[in-house]
Design a protein around this ligand. Structure first.
Ligand code: PLP
Length: 322
């Protein structure tokens, strides 16, 4: 077995990226004290507790046509997650925002995703943060998650997962512990579905792997599960506001955030996934139940248009100083 030098390490990391190309454009690390653009250099120390204990949080905002969308909402949630995880920020909210914007500028990209993490830092293999550990802050500008065009034109199929939903505290905190979410998505794909849905112990609809789930009820209301046992999606919160214009246009009868039972949800006219990466994607089948008439519905399409417009022209855009 070879004992590697620093030079070997760099060659090894470069070879790894050559075998498996990635679309990562820029990476900031508070531990490195700057930004790198070579994916081989986008690394963190193995003993950072975010790696081996999952003591870290993250969030993802969108980059649309050279502007960062709804960053303040994502920062609000990031700060809430940090507090619940007992993680210290390495600076102020303004510092964090500034680093995110600067990293985006260095990427030179006008469209993509911005994901950032906060870790409890390196220094031991214990559970609690190591003595003297400084929190790590990392930002990645990358191509974003992509979904099949068919999801939007034909709709997608979901299954009720056999995995238990996270306890509310953990579901509401965007920590790097995504094991249930990963297993749910793998299970769904293995069974020929596009994604899964968590149901809580009381039989209420929860959320999907990295997306929220919403409905148009039999009576025509836009209904969303309460946020006390799932992640408060920034997309959902924004769409719940924007959807009032659909009520004014007569497309829905109202907007409701409440517990939704499985039988009510299965009888809905429309069901959809909402999230920063997926935006709004119609669900046409849930387990063996066809939703509505089995075709993407008008409300999902209208919500997608509202979101697309908001992402291109609203007061929630921060121009990137390239
Ligand atoms: C578990 C979970 N639920 C819901 C969402 C949707 O949140 P957002 O709309 O902020 O992307 C996400 C994505 O961040 C998620 O990971």
């Amino acid at each position: 077995m070879k004992v590697l030098s620093g030079q070997d390490l760099l060659s090894g990391l470069t070879a790894l990226r050559a075998r498996q190309p990635v679309k990562y454009w820029a990476f900031y690390s508070s531990q490195l004290g700057g930004i790198v653009t070579d994916p081989a250099l986008m690394v963190i120390p193995f003993d950072d507790h975010i790696v081996h204990r999952g003591h870290g949080i993250f969030d993802t905002a969108g980059l649309v046509d050279g502007k960062v969308y709804d960053l303040e909402a994502h920062l609000d949630r990031f700060l809430l997650s940090a507090g619940r995880s007992k993680l210290k920020l390495p600076g102020s909210r303004d510092d964090i925002r500034d680093i995110i914007i600067q990293t985006t500028a260095v990427s030179g990209r006008r469209d993509g995703s911005i994901r950032y993490w906060l870790s409890s830092g390196p220094g031991s293999l214990e559970l609690t943060p190591a003595a003297g550990a400084e929190p790590g802050f990392f930002v990645m500008i990358f191509a974003g998650l992509s979904y099949s065009e068919k999801w939007y034109t034909e709709g997608l199929k979901v299954m009720t997962t056999t995995y238990p939903i996270k306890a509310p505290l953990y579901a509401m905190t965007k920590a790097t512990n995504y094991l249930p979410n990963v297993l749910m998505q793998m299970e769904a794909k293995e069974a020929g579905f596009d994604n899964g849905v968590f149901i809580d112990q009381d039989g209420h609809v929860g959320e999907s792997s990295n997306m929220n789930v919403a409905f148009v009820t039999k009576d025509g209301a836009f209904a969303h599960p309460k946020f006390d046992h799932i992640l408060a999606g920034c997309t959902s919160l924004r769409l719940l506001d924007l959807a009032t214009t659909l009520r004014d246009r007569g497309l829905i009868t109202g907007v409701e955030v409440r517990d939704i039972t499985v039988p009510e949800a299965r009888a809905s006219r429309e069901m959809m996934l909402l999230g920063s990466s997926v935006k709004v994607a119609p669900i046409i089948k849930w387990d063996d139940q066809v939703i509505g008439d089995g075709r993407p519905g008008p409300v999902a399409a209208a919500l997608l248009r509202l979101l697309d417009d908001d992402m291109r022209s609203s007061d929630r855009l921060i121009p990137v100083p390239y």
